[in-house]
Design a protein around this ligand. Structure first.
Ligand code: URA
Length: 289
């Protein structure tokens, strides 16, 4: 039998070691530490989304606050926005974007939110721009942060299965069968905490412009953060399944796949919502000649 390991000179039995690990995960620790600190800001871009955006716009990685002339009528003293007027600053940057590539560059460079500093990747979108159905999620998790694509962890796998069941997929080349997927926040909040209302407000102009440019026929609001962004309301268990209008388009609030993983019983209602989406798409289908 081997002796228990020690931690700071104290013997660690298995139960205590597991409790310590759990505690660290709850605090948001998801990577083992190296012996020496690593300056992630000095590393070259390596996630696919950031690299793609950088290829589209060489200035995409530069913070915009100091470089973009923001002085217009109504701006703060000296023609610049107040540092904390983030939604207005975001609105002005988003309004200037005339393509998704422009928007990605502007949003990636927006340095108003602290979560940007702690995230590994800028997670812009996945799927087919121009798809009839756009899914708006909450924020990248651990796996999304690692890969630079939205909904690629466990919840994302369930999301893919849910939409495949009604004939929709993020890889379908036909826009009628395709999905376009983005999140309210493009950076992972530390420890996967929920987005804060101020973070949602600051990103809202980018999300609204993103949806304009992707031009879907309907929007699916996945979970509370998306419902807050699209409808200005929370309470997804009450809102789900009721069609409304968000970002000027028909919108269907649904329970988030992460919730469904924790509460499989709720999959029945999610299935009813998917059938409602399918019926809506069928009803809106242009008549065949
Ligand atoms: N949950 C989300 O809302 N978005 C993701 O991209 C992943 C998990």
């Amino acid at each position: 039998m081997t002796a228990d390991p020690t931690w700071n000179g104290v013997a660690l039995d298995a139960a205590t070691a597991l409790a310590l690990l759990d505690w660290q995960r709850e605090m948001g620790v998801d990577e083992p530490m190296l012996d020496a600190p690593v300056d992630r800001f000095a590393e070259p871009l390596r996630d696919p989304a950031a690299a793609a955006v950088a290829a589209l716009a060489p200035a995409a990685t530069q913070p915009v606050r100091a470089e973009v002339p923001l002085g217009t009528a109504g701006a703060g003293p000296g023609g610049l926005f107040d540092g904390d007027d983030l939604p207005r600053q975001a609105a002005m940057l988003a309004a200037r974007a005339t393509t998704l590539a422009d928007l990605a560059a502007a949003q990636q460079g927006f340095d108003g939110l602290d979560i940007r500093k702690g995230a590994r990747s800028f997670v812009f979108a996945d799927g087919i721009p121009g798809a009839r159905v756009l899914v708006l999620g909450e924020a990248p998790g651990e796996e999304e942060d690692r890969q630079g694509r939205p909904f690629v962890g466990r919840a994302g796998q369930l999301l893919d299965q849910m939409f495949a069941a009604i004939g929709l997929s993020r890889t379908a080349p036909d826009p009628d069968a395709a999905l376009y997927i983005l999140n309210v926040l493009p950076w992972r909040p530390p420890g996967n905490r929920r987005p804060e209302p101020a973070e949602i407000d600051a990103m809202l102009p980018f999300v609204a412009r993103h949806i304009d440019l992707a031009a879907p026929q309907v929007v699916v609001l996945m979970g509370n953060a998306a419902a807050q962004a699209g409808l200005g309301q929370q309470g997804i268990l009450r809102l789900r399944g009721q069609w409304g209008t968000a970002f000027g388009r028909p919108a269907l609030p649904m329970t988030h796949p992460a919730y469904l993983l924790r509460n499989p019983i709720a999959k029945r209602e999610a299935w009813a919502d998917l059938l409602s989406l399918k019926a809506r798409l069928g009803a809106d289908q242009p008549a065949q000649p």
